[in-house]
Design a protein around this ligand. Structure first.
Ligand code: NAP
Length: 308
């Protein structure tokens, strides 16, 4: 008999406990699921950023830390964490992100705001077809790729960008600085779905925002730190950017007096693009524990050197 410690915080326990118990039963896992345990008894830790558990040193027997969030920037640098770290890849979360991104892309593609706010006159400006609209998806991981494929299925002229080269995705995929410059140079809508790492911090700074054609829309459900706030506001003021739809911020909740709140060219959503869904995430956790217990490789392992 072993122990799984739910250390993702007391607030999440009532929601997760029944789903985890059901998923454990389905996967044939007989380990105890608890919210308190002596560290030397713990085999797996279910985790979320902000958890009171910050020192992993005493958990010498722990075979894996299973994060309930997709982003790991708040845990990956914890030097006491030497156990394998798995991030969340949850079908429910991915579905939510696809819906958010497709919805906001379509809003800007179709120019919906003009009509929602009652454009005067009878200006029959017909939007181009999706096939004529270049959408750049920065980040082609679990979420970026799912969004790119959904947009491609709607006929958008999708092009992607990632750290590594990705041939044969069914749409052009770029990498490296030159690839980014070329892509941003023809993008009309840019979706940022990159993790926050030392390499991606301020990726869209004044210099790279300067590569965009005039009037581009940015949709950022990735991380606030991917974009330099000051450069973003300057690009909006100059008209380089037509609009920014932002779900994530350097400081959350976004302070009431932050300039993003009062800029008519900025849409703020309160980090709701995609949430981990307990019913599907519990199965992902159970599958990793089943793998750990049967000596199979763990899924969704974080590469500490890359930071994601
Ligand atoms: P993922 O599967 O790890 O994919 C990350 C992608 O970013 C990969 O394609 C990776 O390239 C690329 N990348 C990383 N560093 C790069 C760099 N320096 N240059 C170019 N490309 C780089 O992550 P995911 O599951 O798709 O999630 C992405 C992010 O979404 C998360 O880290 C989190 O910050 C955010 N998120 C937000 C919400 C929300 O509600 N707003 C919810 C969940 C997640 P390679 O493919 O070459 O490795």
């Amino acid at each position: 008999m072993g122990t799984v410690l739910f250390a993702a915080g007391a607030a999440l326990w009532p929601e997760y406990a029944p789903h985890l118990r059901a998923a454990f039963a389905e996967a044939g896992i007989t380990l105890d699921l608890v919210t308190e345990a002596a560290p030397e008894d713990v085999d797996y830790i279910i985790y979320a950023p902000g958890s009171p558990l910050q020192d992993f040193t005493p958990y010498g027997r722990c075979k894996a830390v299973l994060n309930l969030w997709a982003g790991v920037e708040r845990i990956v640098g914890n030097t006491t964490l030497t156990q394998p770290l798995c991030r969340m890849v949850d079908p429910g979360l991915t579905e939510g992100m696809v819906e958010y991104v497709v919805g906001h892309v379509l809003r800007h593609h179709l120019g919906m705001d003009r009509f929602i706010h009652g454009a005067p006159g009878w200006d029959q400006i017909v939007p181009p077809l999706a096939r004529e609209r270049v959408v750049a998806v920065l980040g082609l991981g679990e979420l970026g790729l799912a969004c790119a494929r959904a947009l491609k299925a709607l006929n958008f002229a999708v092009e992607g960008w990632s750290r590594s080269e990705k041939p044969e995705l069914g749409f052009p995929a770029h990498h490296g600085e030159a690839g980014l410059q070329a892509l941003l140079g023809r993008a009309e809508i840019v979706v940022t779905l990159l993790p926050r790492t030392a390499d991606t911090e301020n990726l869209l700074d004044a210099r790279r925002l300067g590569w965009l054609p005039s009037g581009v829309v940015i949709i950022n459900p990735g991380r606030g730190a991917l974009i330099d706030d000051t450069a973003l506001l300057a690009a909006l003021d100059s008209g380089r950017l037509g609009h920014a739809t932002l779900d994530v911020f350097r400081t959350e909740p976004l302070p009431e007096d932050h300039p993003f709140r009062h800029n008519p060219r900025v849409t703020v959503t309160p980090h709701i693009a995609a949430d981990t869904r307990a019913y599907s995430a519990a199965r992902v956790v159970a599958e990793n524990i089943r793998r750990g217990e049967t000596g199979q490789p763990l899924l969704h392992l974080v590469d500490r050197s890359r930071g994601y």
